[in-house]
Design a protein around this ligand. Structure first.
Ligand code: GN1
Ligand code: MG
Length: 375
């Protein structure tokens, strides 16, 4: 069934042919995504329509300006390199040349955008295939490397202080005092577990922009934010560019490991299943290093292991904070979803801590191997 509302939205975009199907996609925690199919002269073609969550991204036009800037630049880089295997997300404008279609309804506004669908691709919420995991690390490493000289001052900050772990922690402290839903007592064990780790929330932030360089970063390097080639297992394109902003590569690398190398998915409730799979960690690290080793500074290299722990703690803080505030930010499928996610991430933090020495040793090994290859 194609509902008339989505038909009206799709019709605003510059797409030829007749709409034949609409399928909702539940992958993201923030935006709402539909895959739509068009028939044109007997040929069928898919597109992605997304409703931008404007509670989270309060300035959708600025966000699209970032995405258009970055995708145009990346496309030019791929052409320069003669790279025809990999692709770049492609924005489709509205019929009147805008990057967003605004739907007004009873005084409220919804913001929609459209992308070309990347044919022959698949994204994984979880993969245990080492090649796929290595290629995920490679995709995000490549993304950062190609954007190395992008004029950072042109980027808008789409979510203020997004990976400011210090500020996230401060907000958590003040929200547990307010405790609007009376949930803090029930989660006191999890709160204590976070408080005990207060010293690591500033490790990266106090040095960012000083000896840790600001770079153009993706900031949401989840495994499902890379489209992979269904046949070859190579990466095709990095997607979900809403949070591309100046930041640290440490959050990107750490978040990539957090999401790709955990043995279980982010909302697994059997905590025995939640741990860092060391072989997946190695695969992702190798993929990332194969692109980025030659660009890393000493301070970045030294903190890569810690970054996995820090970003995982950040996610535990964000999930638990959202639970305490009554689940206003992340999409939830059941009432304790955010609490389960927070518990999952805290278990992962503890497992990472128990493997810290091994993690640091492997990062150095991988660096040496790929930095040499780059020479
Ligand atoms: C959100 O929407 P999605 O799943 O790509 C979130 C990320 C979190 C992630 C956790 C803008 O990303 O920061 O790491 O959920 N994105 C935003 O699953 O907050
Ligand atoms: Mg996503």
């Amino acid at each position: 069934m194609i509902n008339s509302e989505i038909t009206k939205i799709v019709d605003a975009f510059d797409i030829d042919g007749k709409l034949v199907s609409v399928e909702a996609n539940n992958a993201g925690n923030i935006n709402k995504t539909y895959i739509v199919e068009f028939a044109n002269n007997k040929k069928r073609k898919k597109y992605l329509i997304q409703r931008i969550n404007s509670n989270v991204f309060t300035e959708p036009f600025k966000l699209m300006k970032n995405i258009e800037g970055v995708t145009t630049y990346l496309k030019r880089e791929l052409i320069k390199l003669g790279d025809t295997t990999h692709q770049v997300l492609e924005v489709i404008k509205t019929k009147d040349g805008k990057s967003i279609h605004v739907l007004e309804d009873n005084g409220s506004r919804s913001y929609y955008r459209a992308y070309q669908f990347i044919e022959n691709s698949i994204s994984y919420d979880k993969s245990t295939d080492y090649e796929i995991v290595k290629n995920t690390g490679k995709a995000f490493g490549n993304f950062q490397r190609l954007l190395k000289d992008y004029p950072m001052q042109q980027l808008e900050e789409t979510i203020k202080d997004f990976h400011d772990t210090e500020k996230r922690y401060e907000k958590f402290l003040s929200d547990i005092k307010i405790d609007p839903e009376n949930r803090a007592l029930e989660v006191s064990k999890e709160i204590v577990s976070i408080l005990k780790r207060a010293d690591i929330v500033s490790t990266i932030m106090k040095r960012l922009g000083k000896d840790i360089p600001l770079r153009v970063t993706h900031n949401d390097t989840k495994v499902n934010n890379v489209m992979m080639n269904r046949e070859t297992g190579d990466y095709m394109a990095v997607i979900d560019l809403d949070t591309v902003m100046p930041g640290s590569m440490l959050f990107d690398y750490g978040d990539g490991i957090r999401s790709t190398a955990s043995h279980a998915s982010e909302d697994e409730t059997n905590l025995d299943e939640v741990y860092l799979d060391f072989d997946l960690f190695k695969a992702y690290t190798d993929g990332y290093m194969s692109e980025m080793a030659s660009c890393l500074s000493k301070s970045e290299l030294d903190l890569m292991g810690q970054s996995i722990r820090i970003i995982t703690l950040e996610l535990a803080i964000r999930f638990l904070n959202d639970y305490i505030n009554g689940d206003t930010y992340f999409r939830i499928d059941y009432p304790t979803h955010n609490l389960d996610r927070a518990r999952n991430q805290l278990k992962l933090v503890m497992d990472i801590e128990s493997k810290m020495n091994k993690i640091d040793t492997y990062i150095k090994e991988s660096y040496i191997k790929y930095a040499k290859e780059a020479i």
